[in-house]
Design a protein around this ligand. Structure first.
Ligand code: CA
Length: 673
């Protein structure tokens, strides 16, 4: 068949009737009798499963597989079990191909050979009592931050290697850059307990969720190679197996599973949820287990049959095709169930369709409760991709078609606050940009409502390009692994040509303002790990394969910039108490009122909290100008809660009224009891 004929056949009714398999038993299942293998390969003429004692040695036996209905091949290998390695030999179109198992749950070093696994043997001690974040958050012992725990979610994005690669982390060498580093308590800078790093640091910071850059098995790092290799990992090889380079032993297929579970268990124990970055939109290579077992099926094709490339990584996964769709859904459910994941962040979600994300949302809701497992992603793709007719890409203009608990990264807020990500010199509101007042006010309501005209129905201002239903759909952020760090962006726009190491007071001021602005916007909150300590990558805006020295968290910097770190800690604690800012409902925008632009570069608004809150109302002023500005507080007694010097003034509750000066490039917040 030509590639075009493949496409036509895969999309035909005949193919769907003949080959769409609905069973949940694909892969290798360890049973008392032996291992039951099942592989979906509709066009194979003959399939054998090869067995190996380990990940490297020659096969010790092969079994022929039997063709069943719907393109499934099966075989029961008696007398073998957990820890047996395997792959398949397929005869197809006059060729012999070998493949690892698309449904593998364990694999050898570098993932070219699968391993049959009895998952109960991979559980760390105490795993049976491990609970998801949303179940443990109300437990007393998780009340671990200085200011307590609330239902608000504050997401901290971190790469496993970045977290502990720096020697200054205090992590022993064997665990540096590994899953294991997340299990260590008592780590500190230079061994001084008062300057915690790693897990203890996260606890003090007060974030609620860690979002890990890809931890499924990816292809760009040689797991047998040096630890100085680095890649973000957006190049999936085995979707349902953890990456081996973060484990202490990539050769034993069991170890990476146990160690990732230990990481999750450790964070859960300290009241922190774990979100997984999933890249179902493309694979590392077209020479994958998908191609070898079902040529072209799993990849989106252009009209002429060629591969589409909306990911800019050489291929797009064809999520519209039934078996591929089922694969993605089953994979998400597998990670949620087996690894107790608390959320999923979908890479280039614009290459996936609205129906699939809503199906995933629904399936998770049915098992875990409505909205409790977080689901969000990037509402864009790298380039156009020819999605089959009738399927709608998960892009910004389709957000109203997504479930209210499917979220998207909000580039509107990001760019309004600090400037465009691709045009490095373009500033945003806090670093010299002008004419951004209404964009900033729109951000305050999570882009649900954009108007400041009180006569107008607020709902009528909803944008057709970005018709957000509720702040539950919005992930507010001003830095992520992609693009420049916040520090680098501010340095480039405010102090061009200066060394990124310069500890510049003006930049620190704008930095704190940027943080205070997006921390007072409705939506969910997300930031790149290290943003709270002025993380720099020395201007590297795409560090996906830069050395770990560029990518790592520099733990000394956390304390060199303790002023910023403390400001973030206070902001996190402040936000958690403010129901008006953390309300995720569709009506939340109504809590924001009296929006005003008293002068160019200055924005003020009020927020209504719940009556049971300590402060019933907030008055917030953003002054992005280089001059101090005088504003009049609304009537009544107000307390100063936060200014440019401190984000914990709310602990003191100094009463003020009347005329107030808002310092240049700063945020001031007042609260009324
Ligand atoms: Ca790998």
């Amino acid at each position: 068949m030509t590639t075009k004929e493949y496409k036509e056949y895969y999309e035909s009714k005949t193919f769907k009737e003949k080959y769409v398999y609905e069973g949940n038993d694909l892969g290798a299942a360890c049973t008392k009798q032996g291992i039951c293998f099942k592989l979906w390969s509709p066009f194979a003429e003959d399939v054998a499963v090869n067995l190996y004692k380990d990940g490297e040695s020659r096969k010790f036996t092969s079994y022929p597989m039997v063709r069943e209905e719907k393109g499934v091949w099966s075989c029961m290998a008696a007398g073998v079990g957990h820890g047996t390695y395997y792959d398949f030999t397929l005869e197809m179109n006059g060729e012999t191909v070998k493949s690892y198992d698309p449904w593998a749950r364990a694999c050898n070093c570098n993932g070219g050979r699968s391993m049959a696994v009895d998952l109960s043997k991979t559980n760390p001690e105490g795993w049976e009592t491990d609970r998801n974040w949303f179940e443990v958050k109300n437990r007393k012992e998780t009340n671990n931050t200085a200011y307590g725990v609330s239902g608000e979610q504050i997401i901290y994005e971190i790469h496993v290697k970045d977290f502990s690669y720096d020697k200054a982390s205090g992590v022993p060498e064997a665990y540096r850059g590994k899953y294991k580093a997340f299990t260590l308590e008592g780590m500190s800078l230079r061994g001084e307990g008062r300057l915690p790093t790693c897990l203890d640091y996260l606890k003090e910071l007060g974030i609620t969720h860690v979002q890990l850059l890809p931890v499924y098995d990816y292809g760009s790092v040689d797991e047998s190679g040096a630890s100085s290799q680095f890649n973000w990992g957006y190049d999936p090889k085995n979707y349902n197996v953890p990456e081996g380079s973060y484990s202490t032993d990539p050769y034993n297929g069991e170890v990476r599973i146990r160690e990732l579970k230990e990481l999750i268990q450790s964070l859960h124990k300290h009241g922190i949820g774990v979100i997984m970055d999933v890249v179902y939109n493309h694979t590392y290579s077209l020479d994958s287990c998908f191609t070898r077992t079902a040529p072209y099926y799993y990849y989106r094709q252009n009209e002429d049959g060629s591969y589409s490339n909306g990911s800019d990584c050489g291929n797009d996964v064809a999520c519209e095709r039934e078996m591929c769709r089922k694969y993605i859904l089953d994979s998400v459910l597998y990670w949620a169930e087996e690894y107790h994941m608390d959320g999923f962040r979908f890479d280039l979600m614009g290459l996936l369709d609205v129906g699939l994300l809503n199906d995933i949302r629904k399936a998770l809701d049915e098992i875990y409760g409505k909205g409790r497992i977080l689901v969000y992603g990037e509402p864009w793709s790298a380039a156009d991709s020819p999605m089959a007719a009738g399927y709608v890409p998960c892009k910004k203009d389709a957000i109203n078609l997504l479930d209210e608990n499917v979220g998207v990264f909000c580039d509107n807020t990001r760019d309004a606050v600090k400037g465009h990500v691709f045009y490095e010199e373009v500033p945003g509101f806090v670093n010299g940009g002008t004419g951004l007042e209404t964009d900033i006010l729109r951000s305050v309501t999570g882009c649900v409502s954009g108007t400041i005209d009180k006569e107008q129905d607020l709902n009528s201002a909803i944008s057709s390009e970005f018709p957000v239903k509720a702040p539950s759909q919005i992930i507010n952020y001003i830095s992520a692994h992609d693009n420049m760090t916040l520090w680098d962006k501010l340095m480039v726009t405010m102090k061009p040509g200066q060394s990124f190491d310069t500890k510049d007071e003006e930049v620190i001021r704008a930095y704190k303002m940027a943080a205070a602005v997006y921390f007072t916007c409705q939506g969910r909150l997300f930031f790149l790990g290290g943003e709270e300590s002025a993380r720099t990558k020395y201007g590297d805006a795409n560090s996906y394969k830069s050395p770990p020295e560029v990518n790592q968290i520099d733990w000394r910097r956390a304390y060199e910039y303790e002023e910023i770190l403390e400001y973030y800690k206070g902001l996190i604690a402040f936000r958690k108490q403010m129901s008006g800012l953390t309300d995720k409902s569709a009506a939340a925008y109504q809590r924001v009122y009296d929006q005003a632009i008293p002068a160019p570069g200055v924005v003020t608004f009020c927020v209504r909290n719940n009556d049971t809150d300590k402060w019933k109302e907030l008055f917030i002023c953003y002054n992005s100008t280089e001059e101090g500005i005088e504003i009049w507080l609304p009537k009544g007694g107000w307390e100063l809660l936060l200014d440019e010097t401190s984000s914990v003034l709310w602990k003191q509750g100094e009463t003020v009224e009347g005329s107030q000066v808002i310092a240049p490039i700063s945020v001031k917040i007042f609260g009324k009891r």
